[in-house]
Design a protein around this ligand. Structure first.
Ligand code: GTP
Length: 314
């Protein structure tokens, strides 16, 4: 067991982040530059900056804090676009710093059970593969459970990933009982010394009662084997859905409980500011972000680095 996860942060990851956040950063940075045509920040420009920040999905609370900071500082010195972007980056970093937390594997007894939830298409399956890969890099033994038994395609997709990254997987039939698969996963995982058991689940928000029943059953079964399980309930969010991602946190949080977030597809959107809005509004740990489709495209993040990228600051 290790208290400090050994997560390689390579130059390659930095390049992926830069490319991933380009659209967000161009939108926000571009908006700020186009607003700063006057020499000094007057009230009307401050209003416009605040609106631009809200339009970039950063959320009203962050936007108003940035505005307050700009208001304080404008009396002290002239401020150009780079100065404004630096203030924005600083405020974003303050919000992200307390929530940017890698998912640590510390459960005893093992395995640590991670339930992965989220609506269909949010990137759940690929996120599970990427997380498994990340844990493998840290020398943890990983096992997967194909608990989304509602769609045969979901089972097949996860199986393909498991073969690719060479981790064992527990699968059942379409329409089968997810809780019994989880039970088998914990039993088999314990026998072979698995550190992390990652469980896919069905993402049917449209059928809340069914989803609740199924997750409650999974929790019951897990609790009999290990009262601390599931150790993590991870909600996967698609950043391209913007503000909709926030309502998903609300709904899943209320219906199923959520211990942490993963935000994917930050590379496919100019709405990356939603990462900040999620942090600000819910304060839940954000364990990793996804900026592409390959295995190495999902990692924990450095709040300062990401804040600078979102704000388009140097
Ligand atoms: N660009 C980009 N694409 C991603 C990212 N994460 C996942 N995807 C893609 O998004 C699509 C949906 O991902 P899945 O993992 O299948 O999503 P899911 O939530 O399991 O969806 P269902 O299988 O429909 O339940 C796939 O084509 C992924 O390759 C990301 O960070 N960036």
């Amino acid at each position: 067991m290790s208290d400090t996860p050994r997560i390689p942060h390579t130059a390659l990851w930095h390049d992926k982040l830069v490319a991933g956040f380009r659209r967000t950063s161009e939108k926000l940075g571009g908006n700020i530059a186009s607003l700063l045509t006057k020499e000094r920040l007057d009230r009307a420009t401050l209003d416009e900056i605040e609106e631009a920040l809200i339009a970039s999905d950063l959320g009203p609370a962050t936007a108003s804090r940035v505005r307050e900071r700009l208001e304080e500082e404008r009396y002290e010195r002239d401020m150009d676009a780079a100065g404004v972007r630096a203030v924005v980056a600083d405020e974003i970093a303050r919000i992200l710093a307390p929530v940017a937390k890698p998912l640590e594997i510390e459960a005893f007894p093992r395995p640590q059970v991670i339930l992965v939830i989220g609506v269909n298409g949010s990137g759940k399956t690929t996120t599970i593969a990427k997380l498994a890969h990340l844990f493998q890099e840290q020398d943890y033994q990983v096992m997967l459970v194909a608990g989304d038994t509602f769609r045969a395609a979901a089972i097949g997709q996860l199986k393909t990933w498991a073969e690719r990254i060479n981790v064992p997987i527990i699968t059942g039939k379409e329409g089968g009982d997810a809780a019994s698969l989880v039970w088998e996963g914990v039993k088999r995982g314990t026998e072979i010394g698995t550190d992390v058991l990652i469980v896919d689940t069905a993402g049917r928000l449209q059928n809340k009662a069914g989803l609740m029943d199924e997750l409650a059953k999974i929790r019951r079964v897990l609790g009999r084997l290990n009262p601390a399980a599931p150790h993590d309930v991870l909600l996967v969010l698609d950043a391209t859905t913007g503000q909709n991602a926030l309502s998903q946190i609300e709904v899943f949080g209320k219906e199923t409980g959520v211990t942490g977030l993963v935000m994917t597809k930050l590379d496919g959107t100019a709405r990356g500011g939603v990462l900040v809005a999620a942090a600000e509004r819910f304060g839940l740990p954000i364990h990793a972000i996804g900026v592409g489709e390959t295995l190495d495209d999902l990692r924990p993040f450095d709040p300062r680095e990401v804040a600078a990228l979102i704000a388009g600051a140097d």
